[in-house]
Design a protein around this ligand. Structure first.
Ligand code: ATP
Ligand code: MG
Length: 174
């Protein structure tokens, strides 16, 4: 990645209330060891762009300008484990149709900037722990309500100590 490029992704970012609830959930999973996500880095990725030049960033921002979606609510009600990346995550068992539409519309808009749509199916999740030990999936007795009110463009600075992501720009939903 050259100095003029940034590693970017679109995401939903938790507000303070959601973030504290996610951090509390993460603490209950501390016996899983691994590398916990810094709470300021909690997010739900909607579209991953990778390295983007300043020139292409203009196109990306214009693409996001065209996307329209209402605000919506999510219920973070399960914890899951993906053995291959060894990721412990939480997410909603059911993803609202509005969110699926937002992801589809965003991917379509980004095609105009030369981004190929993701091959793998979208999976709504917040990564809580990396290199985590196995944990069977379980439902949360007290789901975490998440009110999505904006779409965010974030930069990933992998060379940094956590927090490693920074919000570049926000688009209000609704
Ligand atoms: P690292 O890759 O250094 O372990 P990371 O995965 O958290 O850390 P990035 O790779 O910069 O950091 O990813 C930023 C966000 O985009 C994360 O939510 C990540 O899961 C997601 N992401 C990364 N690569 C892809 C990809 N190829 N497809 C979909 N989402 C991706
Ligand atoms: Mg990665």
């Amino acid at each position: 990645m050259s100095v003029t490029e940034q590693r970017l992704f679109f995401a939903l970012w938790p507000g303070e209330v959601e973030c504290s609830a996610l951090a509390a959930l993460q603490r209950t999973l501390s016996e899983q060891r691994g590398r916990p996500t810094h709470p300021l880095d909690f997010h739900i990725t909607l579209a991953f762009l990778g390295a983007v030049t300043a020139e292409r960033l203009v196109c990306v921002e214009q693409a996001a300008d065209t996307v329209r979606a209402p605000g919506f609510a999510l219920d973070i009600d399960q914890v899951g484990y993906w053995p291959h990346p060894r990721i412990l995550w939480c997410g909603p068992r059911s993803t609202p149709a509005v969110l699926l539409q937002l992801v589809t519309d965003l991917a379509r808009a980004l095609e105009a900037c030369g981004f190929m749509p993701e091959r793998r199916a979208f999976s709504t999740h917040v990564t809580l722990v990396r290199e985590a030990h196995y944990l069977a999936n379980f439902a949360l007795a007290e789901p975490i309500p998440w009110h999505a009110q904006e779409l965010v463009l974030a930069v990933s600075r992998r060379d940094r100590e956590p927090p490693r992501y920074q919000v570049l720009r926000r688009w209000p939903l609704g």
